[in-house]
Design a protein around this ligand. Structure first.
Ligand SMILES: Cc1cc2nc3c(=O)[nH]c(=O)nc-3n(C[C@H](O)[C@H](O)[C@H](O)COP(=O)(O)O)c2cc1C
Length: 407
């Protein structure tokens, strides 16, 4: 979604200015056209050449350059930008922006542009919490700016406090979200489940599965990037939790069922990518089971009696909470893929079932790729190639978006 998008990046005179170079690099790798605008002070921290080398584009700094070209530049840059992100933003530039000053190229561009303005403050803790800085940030926020909160951690001053420049991934997620204001899921509420459930045996043990959460996270991020308001219900997952959505953490299948039934109220689509346990331990012990304890059989073995978990998608189909909800299920199979997939699609009254054979290499748990077949309610079956999970996610929303328009 960043391919070909014009992003203006303002960099201010902060020690964190060098970190903006990584942001430029990642944006460029994702195909964005990045116009870097340095304040005069920023150029003292990192030379323009660093940014030009990474963005493969000219870097702008001097409003008063003698050629006169710059005279129109602030207008062109401001009009072309699809998002203006100022990262790192100094206390000084935040104050200038809050007061509508236009004394350098960056502040001029900020006044010209009608694109979303994102501000990532980075400074020493007292400067950040100072009432003046806070009041300026609130002023900008009230005008529609998106303030990316600084993180708590080690600051350049040697102290630990608030004011640390966020990780590149966080900044990228904010930019994607700002650009998503025009996506095909704008105004839609979607619920995505991800990760595996954990069925307690006792307070310290559980029955689980190998789900990493990657597929569900890719789906949630793709929906966010297309403008949806996303609720992500996540069980156990090893991949990092995505940003820019409502995240609900659950443990067992029963907790996931409750969270899903609550979250679908008023939702437009539900995509169940979580690996939900079919069975749970009937009576989890309330204490840690030890060798020789009363749970043990006479021959020293231990028996776990498993009972079926509720079928969440079936309950969703019967729920009156979300009439017209588009429902997409996942089936991870090891054999009889087609028969199992078709059976599940009809039994659970789904609009789509995404089936994958988890025994195939490059498909299923813990890997970045997936090879899936999409079974549609009208009987169509589409076999997709082996793709990165991000592209599988895009393919799924490509098919859900038109269905949403029909309901
Ligand atoms: C070594 C050094 C590091 C600085 N780091 C920061 C910083 O992280 N955040 C900040 O708001 N100001 C910082 N400043 C102060 C700004 O550079 C100063 O306010 C400057 O006028 C900002 O100009 P600009 O906002 O046009 O970039 C630092 C100054 C120095 C000398």
């Amino acid at each position: 979604m960043l391919e070909g998008r014009r992003i203006a990046l303002g960099v201010c005179g902060s020690v964190a200015a060098y970190k903006a170079a990584d942001l430029v690099s990642k944006l460029q790798q994702a195909g964005a056209l990045v116009d870097v605008i340095l304040t005069e002070r920023a150029a003292e921290f990192v030379r323009p050449l660093t940014f030009a080398s990474l963005s493969h584009r000219p870097v702008y700094a001097d409003l008063w350059e003698p050629t006169g070209e710059a005279a129109a530049r602030h207008i062109e840059l401001g009009q072309a930008a699809e998002a203006l992100i100022i990262a790192p933003a100094t206390a000084n530039t935040i104050a200038r922006l809050a007061h509508g000053m236009a004394d350098d190229l960056l502040t001029n561009v900020a006044l010209v542009t009608s694109a979303p303005l994102l501000i990532a403050p980075a400074m020493e803790g007292h400067m950040y919490t100072h009432p003046a800085t806070q009041a300026n940030l609130r002023t900008l926020e009230a005008r529609g700016a998106i303030i990316i909160p600084p993180e708590v951690g080690h600051l350049a001053s040697g102290e630990v406090g608030v004011g640390r420049f966020p990780e590149t991934a966080t900044l990228l997620a904010h930019i994607r979200r700002a650009l998503a204001r025009t996506g095909d899921l704008v105004g839609r509420r979607v619920v995505v489940t991800a990760g595996g459930t954990r069925e307690p045996i006792d307070p310290v043990r559980y029955v689980g599965n190998h789900s990493s959460g990657l597929m569900g996270f890719a789906l949630a991020e793709e929906a966010r990037d297309r403008g949806a308001e996303v609720t992500l219900i996540v069980g156990a997952a090893s991949a990092p939790i995505p940003f820019g959505m409502t995240v609900i953490h659950v443990g067992s299948a029963l907790e996931m069922r409750d969270a899903v039934l609550k979250a679908i109220a008023g939702a437009d689509a539900l995509v169940m990518a979580a690996a939900v346990a079919d069975y749970r331990v009937e009576h989890p012990a309330d204490h840690k089971i030890k060798k020789g304890s009363r749970e043990e059989n006479a021959d020293g073995t231990l028996t776990l009696h498993l009972i079926p978990n509720p079928d969440i998608l079936k309950e969703v189909a019967a729920s009156p909470a979300a009439p017209g909800l588009i429902r997409v299920g996942f089936a991870a199979e090891t054999h009889d893929l087609a028969a199992n997939a078709t059976g599940k699609l009809h039994k659970k009254k789904l609009d789509m079932l995404v089936a994958n054979d988890v025994t195939k290499s490059g498909s299923g748990f813990g890997v970045e790729t997936n090879e899936v077949a999409i079974y549609h309610a009208d009987g169509r079956i589409e076999q997709l190639a082996l793709l990165p999970k991000t592209e599988v996610a895009a393919a799924i929303w490509d098919r859900v978006a038109p269905l949403l328009r029909t309901r």
